[in-house]
Structure formats: C-alpha cells, structure tokens
Design a protein around this ligand. Structure first.
Ligand SMILES: [Zn+2]
Ligand SMILES: [Zn+2]
Length: 162
C-alpha cells in the first residue's frame, strides 16, 4: 500500500483518502493462508507529523481452542498512527524517508495482529475433543469417560497393594 504524501507537504491537499485491500502474510499463523484486510482511512498533516486515521476489517479463519475446527471470525478496529520525516521525532512516530512513496502496509498489519484474539471457540459451549479417543465431542459422543471411570477404582485398589 504505497501512497504519496507530497501533496500534503506542500499544502496542495488537506488530506489524502484511501481505501485498500491488503493480503495478510502467512506468518500471521492463521489457518486460511491468504486472508485480506480492508482498510479505509485518511492521512492529514499536523505540524511536522502526518496522522493516519482509519478503520480496518478482516475476515480470518482460526482454529477452535477446544476442538480445533475452523472458525471464521471478523476482526475490526480503528487505526491511529503517526508518521514523520524527522529522524528524531517523538517515539510513537514512524519514520518515513520519501514522502512520494510511503508504505503503510506494515503499520496496518501490525494493528491487525493486535486485534487477532489469542483464542477462539467455535461455540460458547464447545465440548472439545475426547482426551482418550480424540473424537470431536460436538459431532459424536463416546463412552471413554465412563470406561475410564470404571477402571479407575480398580487401579486405585492395585495401587494400595504396593
Ligand atoms: Zn470447538
Ligand atoms: Zn472418547
């Protein structure tokens, strides 16, 4: 996502508006290897800095934390970033070298990364996977728990012998 801020610098423009779709790199650890994020925003000049303000939205696919099934979720949020051509501008400002060719994709993706939840569930009451047979308990029920409960008392008895 390369944009030119030259028009802002020489006051030809009040703000630069843009609307882009970015491909999310695979290393973001999502199940779907090519989700996109839509970003809509403006950049305006404020004294020595350039302020980016916008909104991102992305449909991503993750794995349920309990049963590992694919879960589609939509993440969205507002993005505020500051850019500066000054090398020693304040710490929250990203340094830009060439006003005619500014790439804001890294900042958008960083914001997206922060919005991605650590853990998702397919449903609030997901039953998860059986720890004995590995079946998805949302789809099928097994009697492993029962069987193991029956074995347990006997194992306890055996333990008492030693
Ligand atoms: Zn689940
Ligand atoms: Zn089972």
């Amino acid at each position: 996502m390369h944009i030119s801020l030259s028009g802002l610098e020489n006051n030809q423009k009040q703000q630069v508006e843009f609307k882009e779709t970015l491909l999310v790199p695979q290393e973001y650890g999502l199940v779907d290897c090519s989700p996109v994020t839509n970003f809509e925003g403006i950049i305006r000049k404020s004294e020595d800095d350039f302020l980016l303000e916008g909104r991102l939205q992305s449909d991503i696919m993750m794995s349920c934390g309990k049963c590992l099934q694919d879960v589609d979720i939509t993440v969205s949020g507002t993005v505020f970033e500051k850019f500066s051509t000054e090398l020693n501008a304040d710490e929250d400002a990203w340094h830009i070298q060439e006003l005619s060719n500014v790439d804001i994709a890294p900042q958008i993706l960083l914001n997206l990364q922060l919005l991605i939840p650590m853990n998702v569930l397919c449903t609030d009451d997901c039953k998860g996977i059986c720890r004995y047979c590995g079946k998805n308990l949302n789809e099928i029920s097994c009697n492993c728990d029962e069987l193991n409960r029956e074995i347990d008392p006997r194992l306890e008895k055996l333990k008492e012998l030693f």
